[in-house]
Design a protein around this ligand. Structure first.
Ligand code: SF4
Length: 255
């Protein structure tokens, strides 16, 4: 995609990992399932298999996607025994905050640490009218736009939907903590070409916009593309009926 956001000088992607980071990465290598890879239907099936009623699945789904719970102990409307059972089978692989760099113009650049140790970037961009999160959709990028530092990196992998949603949650918290204002806008202009990770970007937008998720206004989300996949962009616009994802904005984003 073309955006000045992509030209923001990169933070070091050699962020030194702490003992806690390494513990989290090693823990993720264990055989626990990442509970956020289950959709609501599968979650309810898992709960039924654990002899729990279906409504427990809905409660857990709400903790995961609406309340952004980071561990099962936060799920205080579940019994202690159910929380312990969940811990034996599942984990929540959440994104961790890495290095932060605040600029004179109040922009805050972040390195985020994924559960597998890969690093991505997300940026909080405050202006007088908006509080915008610029999020990544891939680790690295397979395109090679000459003006963009990410273009010189190898594409390692696509981000999962939860890894995209977590960037929004962390940057929103950063906006509230630093400026006492919640996010007003989200732009997919960080690392990666979003439409080359179409399924996960669509899923993330669902979690960000749905009432059972963050309930963020779809019209305040912009997905920018290098125009490799213009047709998918049209599909996305129609799917979400999101007037901010207009054709002119697509054309402005095109090389
Ligand atoms: S598509 Fe990839 S290489 Fe091109 S500007 Fe976006 S992140 Fe950079």
């Amino acid at each position: 995609m073309i955006s000045y956001f992509c030209n923001i000088p990169r933070l070091s992607l050699c962020y030194p990992l702490s003992c806690n980071d390494l513990t989290m990465i090693l823990k993720s290598a264990e055989k626990l399932k990442d509970i956020r890879q289950l959709d609501q239907g599968k979650l309810i099936e898992e709960l039924k298999a654990m002899a729990e009623p279906a409504f427990r699945g809905k409660q857990i789904y709400e903790w995961l996607w609406k309340k952004s719970a980071r561990n099962f102990d936060e799920m205080t409307n579940l019994s202690f025994s159910l929380r312990e059972k969940l811990k034996e089978k599942f984990e929540i692989r959440y994104l961790k905050q890495g290095q932060q760099q605040k600029s004179d113009d109040r922009t805050i650049k972040n390195t985020f640490i994924l559960a597998d140790g890969n690093l991505i970037e997300g940026v909080l961009i405050p202006t007088s009218e908006r509080m915008t999160a610029c999020v990544s959709s891939q680790v690295g990028c397979s395109l090679s736009c000459k003006f963009c530092a990410t273009g010189y990196m190898e594409r390692m992998r696509n981000l999962n939907a939860d890894e995209i949603v977590d960037q929004v949650v962390l940057i929103d918290k950063q906006a509230r903590d630093n400026y006492n204002i919640p996010l007003s806008n989200i732009v997919f202009m960080g690392m990666g070409e979003p439409l080359l990770n179409y399924a996960n970007v669509m899923k993330a937008i669902h979690y960000i916009t749905s009432e059972e998720g963050l309930h963020f206004a779809a019209k305040r989300i912009t997905v920018s593309t290098s125009c490799v996949w213009v047709m998918k962009k049209y599909v996305l616009i129609l799917h979400f009926r999101c007037m901010q994802l207009t054709i002119p904005s697509v054309m402005r984003s095109c090389r």
